[in-house]
Design a protein around this ligand. Structure first.
Ligand code: ZN
Length: 165
């Protein structure tokens, strides 16, 4: 089962597992980039609870450090609005149906076309057309292009079936 990256707002596939706590009972799923970022901070996060990590990420993601929070509190309304936006954004993100319904073959096909997991059929079509133009055996010069052309075409066919086109 492929889920989306657990980093708030990230739309990439969460293919890398990272422990939430030292007892390794719970895991985050991140894209490569956020997994690398997380691992870099592992020692720092390891002694925190998931809630504390969440709070820390809020600060990192939105640039609210403790000293800035004091400033933000001075303008209470803005701060409350900011938190509400963050929470509802996170909520929507967590409830996205793609989280559980996208088969791994589709995810890898999308990755082949360098598209996010949320790509629409329209986006897939136009991305495929531009890649196909680039790698088409009639216009491309080397053998690796022909191979690449096959690869993107296979991915496209897979997605075509998935989207029932
Ligand atoms: Zn990510």
């Amino acid at each position: 089962m492929i889920t989306k990256c657990d980093h708030p707002g990230c739309t990439k596939a969460g293919t890398c597992r990272a422990p939430k706590t030292r007892d390794l009972k719970e895991y985050w799923w991140f894209c490569k980039e956020h997994a690398a970022e997380y691992n870099k901070n592992w020692n720092y996060y390891a002694n925190m609870t998931p809630d504390e990590i969440d709070a820390e990420w809020e600060r990192e993601t939105f640039g609210i450090a403790d000293k800035d929070k004091d400033q933000a509190n001075k303008n209470e309304d803005d701060y409350v609005n900011f938190l509400n936006d963050f929470l509802s954004g996170r909520n929507t993100f967590d409830k996205m149906p793609v989280k559980k319904s996208v088969p791994s073959t589709i995810v890898s096909a999308l990755q082949t076309l360098d598209l996010p997991i949320t790509a629409t059929w329209r986006e897939i079509g136009s991305k495929y057309r531009s890649l196909a133009k680039k790698y088409h055996p009639d216009t491309a010069k080397d053998k690796s292009s022909a191979k690449e052309f096959m690869r993107i075409t296979t991915a496209y066919e897979t997605l075509k079936k998935h989207f029932k086109k």
